[in-house]
Design a protein around this ligand. Structure first.
Ligand SMILES: C[S@@+](CC[C@H](N)C(=O)[O-])C[C@H]1O[C@@H](n2cnc3c(N)ncnc32)[C@H](O)[C@@H]1O
Length: 229
């Protein structure tokens, strides 16, 4: 099957910036305490569920994967860009990182207790997000949790220079209402959303940032036929 142009462009862009992107990631999300709080909640929920590992999809240099592991969650990362995966493996040799796309995951149905997509859906054209969310739904175990971080809004920016490199990459801002609607159309239930204002480094170019926690409904409990009333 021919690869969509945007996937090819995204892989190429992150292969180009992989090393420099990794250098700019702030340790322990110290510029984003609200995001960190959502990750902690997600970690607690997936630990309590105990339904399998967490996949960090579009893991970049692996800092979210490592943070989850430090919170007691078994986590591994997947990223589209081979150069990015190489950086993640070098930085976190104790963790597993694979190449792959969230549009077509090489993972069994229902095999994950959680999926996290931390600013990694931002390069997917919004009209193709149902494909991605259907994959999230497929790989999650019943009751499994999903955490997505993204830029809130409704616009597209074409980036031609980033982290000191020339590249060609589309970035999408999407409204939290639209994401919530797409998730529920896929069969995922939204449990919580947090929308924060841009911090000092993000202003004035960035707007609000959004974090959505959702869940794949657990299978209905089997009815007990011989209940004595
Ligand atoms: C903005 S970076 C975020 C990286 C990391 N999650 C973070 O918070 O720093 C977006 C990442 O998503 C990856 N990505 C984009 N589309 C993807 C896809 N379809 N499948 C897997 N990874 C993807 C890119 O290669 C890149 O590493």
């Amino acid at each position: 099957m021919t690869e969509p142009t945007y996937l090819h462009a995204t892989r190429l862009a992150y292969d180009t910036v992989a090393e420099d992107y990794a250098k700019l990631v702030p340790p322990m999300f110290e510029d984003d305490l609200y995001g960190r709080a959502m990750i902690s909640t997600f970690a607690e929920l997936t630990r309590a569920l105990g339904a399998g590992p967490v996949a960090d999809l579009g893991c970049g240099p692996g800092h979210v994967t490592a943070h989850l592991q430090a919170l007691g969650v078994t986590a591994f990362g997947i990223d589209l860009s081979p150069e990015t995966v190489a950086v993640a493996r070098r930085r976190h040799p104790e963790l597993r990182f694979d190449e792959g796309s969230m549009t077509d995951l090489d993972l069994a149905d229902g095999s994950l207790g959680g999926v996290i997509a931390w600013y990694s859906i931002v390069h997917t054209p919004p009209e193709l997000l149902p494909v991605v969310f259907a994959e999230f739904h497929r790989v999650l175990a019943p009751g499994g949790h999903l955490l997505i971080a993204f830029k809130a809004g409704d616009r597209l920016r074409h980036v031609e220079n980033a982290y000191g490199h020339e590249l060609s990459l589309d970035v999408y801002w999407i409204s939290p209402d639209r994401i919530a609607e797409l998730l529920s159309q896929t069969g995922l239930m939204v449990d919580a959303r947090l929308i924060r204002e841009p911090n000092e480094q993000e202003r004035p170019r960035q707007g609000q940032q959004a974090y959505l926690l959702a869940r794949k409904p657990a299978r209905p409990e089997p009815k007990i036929a011989n209940t004595i009333v």
